[in-house]
Design a protein around this ligand. Structure first.
Ligand code: VG1
Ligand code: CO
Length: 543
């Protein structure tokens, strides 16, 4: 059993996107593709002597193969200890919890999150730092630079270890500890929520349907909801992680989780519905015959946080990604706490949480979380809602309607145009950016534009600057249209168009979002010429 060095040459395009490096499984299956990236990562990290690394993934196709490769390389790097989830399984928020609870120096998450899985699907890898959160841009950029010059892979010539047996094994002098994927995470949840109150809620007949979408959220949801909180068996559906997610697209929104929506709109609908994504960091909350927008969910959580034991003392501040609706800003203002606006991607929240500036964060893309870990956390959000319902005695719909009554409704929608040839998407953004200086103060499609810019962010903690984070066109009444290209896709480009309009008039708050947003949809087409550049007459996905 010895260290070996394998010669290699760089692969193009190993730049991490919004959340790690994501490519087709077939790309990752190329000899040395994963190894090069991991070597580049290990090359930019300091010496690993005495340090602990956490490794786990969402169980998708290629997960086990990748984990064995990484374990051997981690041993060659010289880690004292590697903690790996049993079966190679760890949800993204669980990786974050394990890093923090065990004082690890970092962790590797194997997931392409909400992207489809299976041999024809996607795979991904992401590095999290010692605070439990995604590596900041300066680290991901350093890794990318290193991938361009990597020439040798350092590994061990050892057999695979058993990922299914709990306990300690060794690769060289590195201890590999296979851990229960749920227990650390469950302990964090017990410390935050009123489990007794939630138990009483279920005992009193409250019904929930939690759709884990055949992804990694299943074991966590089953253990906590059905195991510990007394929800009846069958509350968690699609609860066994499958390598191809059973062919589902594990992206919890009303389009991909249509089965859940159908159940919540049926005559015998449960009181609440919920779903999580491939790596269980996203969540969708649904009331009986009532869909909750993620931006509203964040605002409701912020407004009532002190009803939950872990947040009883109040929240320090909130943060949202720029395209997320301003609903939470309004709540923050009323609470007298700061609200930060960051670029898209959870990595931008880490500094704010470490500095104690924010407690809660969220994104419009079905991501919500708090400083209990440094990732968004799907089941945490579901438990938060259950705790709020238990403590307030109000339904999902009532809590959202109360928010609208007090602050007005931020009518919101996202239009995705998927699979655009990259050159065409780039041309659209280039033209749009070029037109920005002339838009402020004019009227487009009859709507008065206050300003138009390309969002840039200066991190208030370390002063790092991130440019070109999305084009926004803001009207004089605060309505907005935002354009950006996805940084998580693996095929062509995806254009995301985000639409927001504030509706204070209660009598107009039930107008369907697409109808209420029609003027902004027209404006988006006029300024960006989406049809011209994409050849598409309508979005591929509307949420
Ligand atoms: C998308 C979402 C973003 C989210 C990211 C990772 O990124 O818009 O809000 O943080 O996915 O989520 P993009 O660049 O495709 O818009 V997950 O659950 O896939 O790790
Ligand atoms: Co995810």
């Amino acid at each position: 059993m010895s260290r070996i060095t394998i010669p290699t040459s760089p692969f193009d395009g190993q730049r991490p996107g919004t959340s790690g490096l994501r490519k087709k499984v077939t790309v990752f299956q190329q000899p040395r593709y994963l190894e090069n990236f991991v070597q580049a990562l290990f090359d930019v990290l300091p010496d690993a002597a005495g340090l602990t690394l956490v490794v786990g993934g969402d169980g998708r196709f290629h997960n086990r193969v990748a984990i064995q490769t990484i374990l051997r390389m981690a041993a060659a790097k010289g880690y004292a200890r590697v903690l790996v989830g049993q079966g190679g399984i760890l949800s993204t928020p669980a990786v974050s919890a394990v890093i923090r609870r065990h004082g690890a120096s970092g962790g590797i998450v194997l997931s392409a999150s909400h992207n489809p899985g299976g041999p024809e699907g996607d795979f991904g890898i992401k590095y999290n730092v010692a605070n439990g959160g995604p590596a900041p841009e300066k680290v991901t950029e350093a890794i990318f630079e290193r991938t361009k010059v990597v020439r040798e892979i350092r590994t061990m010539d050892t057999a695979d270890i058993s990922l299914d047996t709990l306990g300690s094994q060794h690769i060289g002098s590195t201890e590999v500890l296979v851990i229960d994927p749920v227990s650390d995470y469950a302990e964090v949840m017990r410390g935050l929520f009123d489990f007794d109150a939630i138990r009483k809620l279920f005992a009193g007949g409250f019904t929930l349907r939690y759709d884990a979408m055949c992804a990694v959220g299943g074991p966590y949801a089953k253990a906590l909801l059905e195991g510990e909180l007394g929800a009846p068996a069958g509350t968690v559906v699609n609860g066994t992680p499958l390598e191809d997610f059973g062919g589902l697209h594990p992206d919890p929104n009303p389009v991909n989780a249509e089965d859940l929506i159908a159940h919540l709109f049926a005559a015998d609908a449960p009181d609440m519905g919920a779903a999580s994504d491939g790596d269980a960091d996203r969540n969708m909350i649904v009331g009986r015959k009532f869909v909750v927008s993620p931006s509203d969910s964040l605002a409701v959580i912020a407004a009532h946080a002190t009803l939950v034991p872990g947040y009883r003392a109040g929240i320090a501040g909130v943060a949202r990604s720029m395209p997320t609706s301003t609903a939470v800003d309004r709540v923050a203002k009323a609470l007298g706490i700061p609200c930060f606006e960051t670029p898209t991607g959870w990595k931008f929240f880490g500094n704010l949480m470490d500095a104690g500036k924010v407690t809660l964060c969220g994104e419009e893309s079905y991501g919500t979380g708090s400083s209990h870990v440094r990732e968004k956390d799907g089941l945490w959000a579901v438990l938060f809602w259950l705790n709020l319902i238990a403590a307030s005695g109000k339904s999902v719909e009532a809590l959202v309607r109360e928010l609208w009554a007090q602050y007005g409704r931020c009518v919101y929608s996202r239009h995705d145009y998927e699979g655009i040839p990259t050159e065409q998407a780039d041309a659209l953004m280039r033209d749009l950016r070029a037109s920005l200086p002339t838009l402020g103060g004019t009227s487009i499609a009859g709507l008065p534009v206050a300003f138009a810019d390309d969002f840039a962010y200066t991190d208030p903690v370390d002063d790092s600057v991130s440019q070109k984070q999305g084009v926004r066109i803001v009207l004089t009444d605060g309505s907005r249209v935002v354009f950006r290209l996805s940084g998580t896709g693996t095929e062509g480009a995806t254009l995301r168009v985000y639409l927001e309009r504030h509706e204070p008039d209660a009598s107009r708050q039930d107008i369907p979002a697409q109808e209420a947003l029609q003027p902004l949809i027209a404006l988006a087409e006029m300024v960006a010429r989406i049809r011209h550049f994409t050849g598409m007459n309508q979005p591929t996905v509307t949420t």
